[in-house]
Design a protein around this ligand. Structure first.
Ligand code: ATP
Length: 284
């Protein structure tokens, strides 16, 4: 039997909070379990308000934050057992991050093509200059750009949408099986969001890449995801087929989340309506 691509089992992450006298632990992620099949690429949306634990969960899957309890396995390997640099590199060829702000992901003083070349050398193990250039160009073409367009250009010479495409191209160079995309379109101009979101869908359909898509945005989650996890205070309160859950949420928090996000007031309030509504939900 093939091991799942990713198995997250009862994972917890706590952090110490407060000063010396009022020290307590907060459960950023509190007993989360799910898995991704190895033979069925999918987009899994993880949604929830700010502070619900989405980024902490993403970091544990990327193996940059260690769970306090529980196990995460990638292709059957327990991530806590990956210690040697060589094994870490091998893991990173399979699981790649996409971050929220592409301008923070690149050094402003380095031309962006350097990143692609270094990734092709270090992560994909390519040696010949022509092979490296070719892999960078192929990867850029997958995201609708080309090496000729970005060669020698610095991050500030590209739009946010173009730079996020370069970040995705870089992540694709080692031919990963899983992308962990944490709010990948929230800093991108609204007019360019759809093209990035469509790109994620194409990567699933044409390259067989699974994607964990972390977002506040229920509309794009509805549009591209196969499954959804709704998180609240570190826990998964509802999960299932994305359209079924969003069309007909069952859990009180999911109903509130949908209502708050979709109400006309919500767009104008920049999240204040959601925060107010969910804090009402939190009242005992
Ligand atoms: N390094 C840390 N030290 C202490 N507390 C942390 C740390 N990282 C996260 N937390 C806390 O854990 C909780 C979950 O945070 P997390 O960033 O995972 O949520 P999120 O859903 O990704 O929020 P956002 O959408 O705002 O990024 C929050 O209460 C946060 O303050």
């Amino acid at each position: 039997m093939t091991a799942p691509l990713l198995e997250v089992s009862d994972v917890v992450r706590t952090y110490a909070m407060g000063g010396l006298l009022a020290r307590h632990r907060t459960r950023a992620v509190d007993g989360v379990s799910f898995h991704l099949d190895a033979d069925r690429p999918e987009i899994l949306a993880v949604v929830g308000e700010s502070g619900s634990g989405k980024t902490t969960l993403a970091r544990m899957i990327l193996n940059t934050v260690t769970p306090t309890a529980g196990i995460i396995r990638f292709q059957g390997t327990d991530l806590s057992r990956i210690r040697r640099a060589r094994d870490r590199r091998a893991f990173m060829t399979h699981v790649q991050p996409i971050f929220q702000n592409p301008f923070e992901a690149f050094n402003p003083l380095k031309p962006v093509d350097r990143y692609l070349f270094v990734t092709a050398q270090r992560m994909a193990g390519l040696k010949a200059a022509e092979e490296i250039r070719q892999r960078a160009d192929d990867s850029l073409k997958t995201v609708g750009l080309s090496l000729a367009e970005v060669k020698g250009r610095f991050p500030h010479e590209l739009s946010g949408g173009q730079l996020q495409r370069v970040a995705i191209a870089r992540a694709l160079i080692p031919t990963p099986r899983l992308l962990v995309a944490d709010e990948p379109v929230s800093m991108i101009d609204a007019s360019l969001r759809t093209s990035i979101v469509n790109l994620l869908r194409r990567l699933r359909d044409e390259m067989g890449v699974s994607i964990i898509y972390i977002t506040h945005d229920l509309a794009t989650a509805y549009y591209i995801s196969d499954r959804i996890l709704i998180m609240h205070r570190g826990r998964v309160v509802e999960s299932g087929n994305a359209r079924a859950v969003l069309d007909n949420p069952q859990h009180a928090y999911s109903i509130l989340l949908k209502r708050s996000v979709l109400s006309p007031d919500a767009a104008a309030s920049g999240g204040a309506v959601l925060a107010a509504a969910t804090s009402r939900y939190d009242q005992p």
